[in-house]
Design a protein. Structure first.
Length: 138
């Protein structure tokens, strides 16, 4: 989780420009053969994980855009793009990726469906949620 969080932190991208971040998240799921669906026009995506039997449906969401702030922390993984994950979106995304992997690996042990939502452009209204909903994310 730390590795993902640090990569996301170091490569922060502002709203509607999160192409590398989106690629990174997408590749995480594709490498695990998880059913990831990309937003038709944008950087968002979602993964639907079905348990052993039908049951309740739950959605878990994290956003992954950054703010246009120059980072001056001095961390070895500090961002150099002129943006910064100052609100924790890097951490939210990293733990949702790891949680999704755990749910995928244990899906034969629980019932129901979990939809993992990775939303772009949360910081800039109207944000990326509307487009994701229009594309069928919910």
């Amino acid at each position: 989780m730390r590795e993902h969080r640090r990569w996301l932190h170091q490569h922060a991208e502002i709203s509607f420009q999160e192409t590398e971040t989106s690629r990174y998240i997408y590749e995480f799921y594709k490498k695990r053969n998880m059913p990831v669906k990309r937003q038709a026009y944008g950087n968002g995506m979602w993964v639907t994980i079905g348990g052993k039997n039908p049951g309740k449906h739950v959605a878990l969401r994290a956003d992954f855009d950054a703010l246009p702030i120059q980072e001056e922390t001095g961390f070895s993984f500090a961002c150099t793009t002129g943006a910064m994950h100052a609100c924790g979106h890097d951490a939210h995304t990293a733990y949702l990726m790891i949680l999704a992997g755990c749910l995928w690996d244990t899906r034969e042990r629980w019932n129901g469906t979990v939809r993992i939502l990775h939303q772009p452009a949360e910081e800039m209204p109207p944000g990326g949620a509307r487009a994701m909903i229009a594309d069928g994310a919910l």
